[in-house]
Ligand binder design. Sequence first.
Ligand SMILES: C[S@@+](CC[C@H](N)C(=O)[O-])C[C@H]1O[C@@H](n2cnc3c(N)ncnc32)[C@H](O)[C@@H]1O
Length: 248
Amino acid sequence: MFACLMSTLPSWPLLFVALLVGVIQCFQSKAAELDHDKFAVKRTSMVKTQIEARGVSDQRVLRAMLATPRHEFVPDELKSKAYEDSPLPIGHGQTISQPYIVALMTEALRPREHERVLEIGTGSGYQAAVLSPLVKEVFTMEIVEPLAQRAAATLARLGYLNVLVRAGDGWLGWPEKAPFDAIIVTCAPDKVPPALKEQLKDGGRMVIPVGKEGEVQQLILLEKNGASLNQRALLPVRFVPMTGARPE
Ligand SMILES: C[S@@+](CC[C@H](N)C(=O)[O-])C[C@H]1O[C@@H](n2cnc3c(N)ncnc32)[C@H](O)[C@@H]1O
């Protein structure tokens, strides 16, 4: 009977391998948990010391910054720097913006739950991810096609289902999806693109850095009021230029 029982059990080497695999998996999931905790601690500190301390106070924006895993939007070798107070390179000569600037621009945009927002300059997809829980839909355009593809893949992997990425020139906006309640631009043209003015709803807001390449740019808040656009300078900034062909 004993012999019969032994033949139904897996052999010892097999049992040993199964045990080993189980132990490795357990260590791997523990390591992932610790990583997750480590990044969450850094993120909490980022929000307190870099963002709240500089005057961003909208609780919805602060919660979105706390919830968005910036380390998932930077290259692997820069993950340890993801919560530092600076922009970081993302390839193709482009950057993910400084967390404080992302928070400040998001607050200035005054996003509301039922709204549709257009972003020009997807880059890594991080700004779009921050906006995602604050509005109904985010439409985001990126002129560098591989960046658009990578951002779309990252956003899909992380479950940001209300963000639509399109590769194309944001100078022209996204007429098929217009009008928008708000528009946020994260690259600097030398003047406000006329198409973006047109694609903004009456009562809508636009946050945009404007200025010539190499010079100090101004971050501007525009509010559309019928035929007029009220304009307020927020602060001097330095963004990568808006590229693309311009009609004369
Ligand atoms: C500072 S990065 C944007 C950071 C991004 N919002 C993020 O969260 O990672 C500016 C981006 O604007 C893009 N860009 C420049 N000119 C553009 C244009 N005409 N249309 C769309 N995107 C443009 C650049 O390729 C770059 O990825």
